[in-house]
Design a protein around this ligand. Structure first.
Ligand SMILES: CC(=O)N[C@H]1[C@@H](OP(=O)(O)OP(=O)(O)OC[C@H]2O[C@@H](n3ccc(=O)[nH]c3=O)[C@H](O)[C@@H]2O)O[C@H](CO)[C@@H](O)[C@@H]1O
Ligand SMILES: C=C(OP(=O)(O)O)C(=O)O
Length: 419
């Protein structure tokens, strides 16, 4: 297993190129299941989750070929409709094969994802929506077994909670369903808009993506696509926080500033000077220490839970007291005890992390517990005195393309070693 060894680094300076978004690419690659025609996806990040997705699609019989940051998929003759536990347990987003398989082939067996480090993460909304569209679903021996006679039927679905994954699964299912599907209380994340744009390019009619009501007019068949994945707003935010914490000046290229307004707003409140172009964002801390910020996570367009851990690190070293409240996942503060081991003064109070600020961090061996927790520890390592060893970085490799090379390009002292 690999670990990252990070030494206290100078303030980060320079340009960094942002990759395609993991959370957009995962559902986008699943759209290939909706058509027998070839699909090409570009700006696909080189990540462990993308490898898992292509392995999963190959297991179903999809023809896969890859070039750097490009994936070609053809689902003209499937050999299986089963997503096995072995793959689903390593990547929860595997559940996104359910909607497309069911709508195109009338059946699907998908291992139940189960809980994960950050929370229980049930899939009841995915199943309830598909049942409303006419599917019969049972859970047997840890597998969701779903089938439908004929086509799924368009339905008016109101979701009790805002769920990104359920919205995506139901949008893909609805694209081949008979008639119109209306999704109410839908997620509004930029990745939903990206998926809607791809489905539209494939011949479905999708309106309202980016609002809480999405209309999808299903069609009998969809065509292939040539689709470029949206820039990763969470990777962008992570580099901006790293720059802010180090007192540096960093420009993120190939970014999508309009997708991370809530994060940019908090960085401005922390004292950063932010300048944006059409596809770039520059953060300049002018050598200052950030001011602590108050943050509450909530569905888009509010502050994203996937940026919460990085802001906990920012608040640790900032001036003043900061409170960060997590409202999406019930167990997403696993980075806090690790940051405390580095000297951070943070108290956990119910679902809030309260930091006193001005902690002087010291390097320590720390363990990554999930993807964004890992990112928060890497950022802490850059400013901690001495050396920080971050273990279990396979979490980080799920979602950050070449993170150590990109950080080194900004002047960080970071290297990958065998544990
Ligand atoms: C691959 C991907 O895009 N992952 C993102 C996606 O995850 P994911 O799509 O899994 O997250 P959801 O939006 O579905 O989850 C939001 C909340 O709803 C709950 N819930 C969800 C579905 C359901 O059927 N029942 C239910 O109760 C979850 O437990 C959670 O508390 O959105 C999350 C919230 O922005 C992000 O943190 C993840 O990075
Ligand atoms: C929680 C995340 O991803 P996933 O839903 O794939 O676990 C994330 O990207 O921070």
């Amino acid at each position: 297993m690999d670990k990252l060894v990070i030494k206290k680094s100078p303030a980060l300076h320079g340009d960094v190129r942002i990759s395609g978004a993991k959370n957009a690419a995962l559902p986008l690659l699943m759209t290939a299941l909706l058509t027998e025609q070839p699909c090409r996806y570009t700006n696909v990040p080189a990540l462990r989750d993308i490898n898992t997705t292509t392995a999963l699609l190959e297991e179903l019989g999809v023809k896969v070929s890859r070039e750097p940051n490009e994936v070609y998929l053809t689902a003209d003759a499937l050999t299986s409709v089963t997503a096995s536990y072995e793959l689903v347990k390593t990547m929860r987003a595997s559940i996104l094969v359910l909607g497309p398989l069911l709508s195109r082939f009338g059946k699907a067996n998908v291992s139940l994802p189960g809980g994960c480090a950050i929370g229980a993460r049930p899939v009841n909304l995915h199943l309830a929506g598909l049942e409303q569209m006419g599917a019969t679903i049972e859970v047997d021996e840890g597998y969701i077994r779903a089938h439908v006679d004929g086509r799924l039927q368009g339905a008016h679905i109101f979701m009790d909670m805002v769920s990104v994954g359920a919205t995506e699964n139901l949008m893909m299912a609805a694209a081949l369903a008979e008639g119109e599907t209306i999704l109410e209380n839908a997620a509004r994340e930029p990745e939903i808009v990206d998926l809607a744009n791809c489905l539209t390019a494939m011949g479905a009619t999708v309106t309202g993506a980016g609002t809480d009501t999405i209309h999808i007019h299903g069609v009998e068949t969809l065509q292939g696509c040539d689709y470029r994945v949206l820039p990763d707003r969470i990777e962008t935010g992570t580099f901006l926080v790293a720059a802010a914490v180090s007192g540096g000046k960093v420009r993120c290229l190939d970014a999508a500033p309009e997708t991370l307004e809530a994060v940019l707003n908090k960085l401005r409140q922390a004292g950063a000077k932010i300048t944006c172009g059409k596809d770039w964002i520059e953060l300049d801390m002018e050598g200052r220490k950030p001011a602590a910020v108050q943050v509450k996570t909530a569905p888009h367009p509010a502050f994203p839970t996937d940026m919460q851990a990085q802001f906990v690190t920012l608040n640790c070293i900032a001036e003043g007291t900061g409170v960060i409240t997590e409202t999406i996942f019930e167990n997403r503060f696993m980075h806090v005890p690790e940051l405390q081991r580095m000297g951070a003064e943070i108290a956990l109070e119910a679902n809030s992390a309260v930091s006193k600020g001005s902690s002087s961090l010291k390097g320590a061996p720390v363990m990554a517990t999930d993807l964004r927790a890992s990112a928060s520890l890497v950022i802490a390592g850059l400013i901690a005195e001495g050396e920080t060893h971050v273990t279990r970085i396979y979490h980080l490799d799920r979602g950050y393309e070449s993170i150590e090379e990109k950080l080194r390009g900004l002047g960080a002292d970071i290297r990958r070693e065998k544990e």
